[in-house]
Design a protein around this ligand. Structure first.
Ligand SMILES: [Zn+2]
Length: 211
């Protein structure tokens, strides 16, 4: 099972599906001068302007591009906010359900013939209202919508033992609720074709100083 991320990437590299990453050479540190300090300050302000935060009280279930990052070797990584509930307006997901979902969806994505090479990460949000999906390369919510839908269908229909739910493979393997994961997937799938389901953050152009 290619559930172990490192093993999975190693497998990719060995099979030639991925080229080896360029060597990252860290910059040499030097003492911070007054000029540097003001430069750091300016940079922090620029970051504030470039980023934005989301009004969670208006956030609906959906698939949102949360970040696009460029790694030191020049690769783009797109982070998706897979928002499954209405934050602060309906109950968050149960952490045990999210854990079972993590095992199932990670397994599903890493075995998807079209997308497996580009899956970097799937995992729950700390606030338990959804998950993060990290994909290698620049892509949009529309691009991954059907992938997320089929992953949720896989969870909703899943029967049997959750992959990786053993003392050897997981750090807290009894902390799982398969039925909870299935119910959450069904609720999210029902949202998929609803009028509230969204692929763009509300007021994405609004600038906030919270980040
Ligand atoms: Zn686990």
């Amino acid at each position: 099972m290619a559930d172990n991320y490192l093993e999975y990437r190693m497998e990719d590299m060995r099979s030639g599906r991925l080229s080896s990453p360029k060597k990252f050479v860290p910059r040499k540190r030097k003492p911070v001068s007054q000029d540097d300090r003001s430069c750091i300050q300016r940079h922090a302000e620029m970051k504030k302007i470039a980023s934005f935060t989301i009004d969670h009280t208006r956030l609906e279930p959906g698939i949102y591009v949360s970040r696009r990052d460029v790694t030191p070797s020049g690769d783009v990584v797109t982070t998706f906010d897979i928002r499954m509930t209405r934050p602060n307006r309906e109950p968050a997901l149960d952490p045990k359900a999210l854990h079972a979902m993590e095992h199932l969806v990670a397994t599903y994505l890493r075995n998807d013939p079209e997308w497996s090479d580009r899956i970097v990460y799937w995992g729950p949000m700390g606030c338990c209202t959804g998950n993060y999906l990290l994909i290698s390369g620049e892509c949009s919510s529309e691009d991954v919508k059907e992938l997320v839908r089929s992953a949720m269908k896989f969870v909703a229909d899943f029967e049997g033992a959750v992959p990786g739910a053993s003392a050897r493979d997981c750090g807290n393997y009894t902390f799982m609720d398969l039925q909870g994961a299935k119910d959450a997937a069904v609720r999210y799938l029902n949202e998929f074709d609803g009028t509230d389901f969204s692929l763009e953050y509300p007021d994405a152009s609004e600038i906030s100083s919270d980040q």
